[in-house]
Structures are given as structure tokens and as C-alpha cells.
Ligand binder design. Sequence first.
Ligand SMILES: [Zn+2]
Length: 58
Amino acid sequence: MQKPKSKFIKVRCNDCENEQALFEKASTTVHCHICGSKLAIPRGGKAKIKGKILEIIE
Ligand SMILES: [Zn+2]
């Protein structure tokens, strides 16, 4: 049996440098907690990441 791989990634906001963990396959748009900037946009599978990816948390 195979488990589906799901990862969290740590992303830094381009606008305010807030660091935030989010799901790699986000199904909804993820906004920065601090400034509301878009950090991830769902794209049928992996989300498109708008900020800078700092770390992948498995
Ligand atoms: Zn921000």
C-alpha cells in the first residue's frame, strides 16, 4: 500500500517577509497572515507558490 505524499512547505512572503508554513497542494488560495498577500494559488495538483520557498517539511 502506498500513502499519498503530502508535504508542507515554509514560504517567506515577498511583501512583508513573514514566514509561514502551508500545504504544498493547497486547494484554496493561501494568504499571508500578516499582510494578506497571496502566498499560494491552487492549480490542480501542486499549488503555485508566490513567495520564496525556504524549507520543505515532510
Ligand atoms: Zn506578507
